[in-house]
Write a protein that binds this ligand. Sequence first.
Ligand code: NAD
Length: 246
Amino acid sequence: MADKIAIVTGAARGIGLATTRLLLRDGFRVAMLDIDAEELHARAEGLSGVRAYPCDVSDPGSVTATFAAVAADMGGIDALVNNAGIADFGPIEETDFTRWRRVMDTNLDGVFLCSQAATPALIARRGVIVNIASISGLRASTLRVAYGTSKAAVIHLTKQQAVELGEYGVRANCVCPGPVRTKLAMAVHSQEIIDAYHDAIPLNRYGSEEEIGEVIAFLCSARASYVTGQIVASDGGFESTGVGLP
Ligand code: NAD
């Protein structure tokens, strides 16, 4: 067994599951965390080198207990991929405080709580954090007040982590995916949004889970040993166009 350990949150499906597979390929053993215990166990059963931990990243008690269990079962942490997230598209006037808080709890507080829980172990192993934000955190739109704001905060949190943890040899980077046909995206992307993305993205298509996962895997690897505090868009060129988010 390799002795490199990664934690991936939101690992039961989508980008988190693809990332788990790529990190296994790269020699990591992976702690898969997800709030959806049923899907998590079903996916983990088919993979060797993983352990499954049902966890709600927005709940401080759940995060503390889960990270203690991972430490007891697997030892240290070399990489933390903060990928768990939810989408909620709506303009300011329609986003009541309950919706706003729900998005912040998972997308922002979850990244903070998991990073804080992992920090001593990451310092001990000169580990790496990769946070998953979104192009919605780089560009404002008429539809994404909560989601976009949560992702912009994750981008800034990444810079804080890079600056604060650099002296311990811990790297922190952020990946901003463009659209990928996951359950999260397809719940909020209307046909109009899909068509607009196809037109606006220079590569004229959605990305795949694996295309995002490969960027995450690179940032987790020693090949990125001098890369920290960076915000990397994996978006088919969308961020370069100056076109507004559909
Ligand atoms: P997905 O819905 O396929 O996967 C998200 C996973 O996170 C699910 O397994 C879900 O159960 C889990 N999760 C949700 N809330 C959780 C919680 N509180 N605690 C633990 N796990 C929780 O979605 P995805 O598209 O693979 O999203 C992964 C990340 O990529 C998210 O942070 C998302 O915002 C980001 N992202 C996705 C896209 C896209 O187009 N799919 C674009 C930009 C950014």
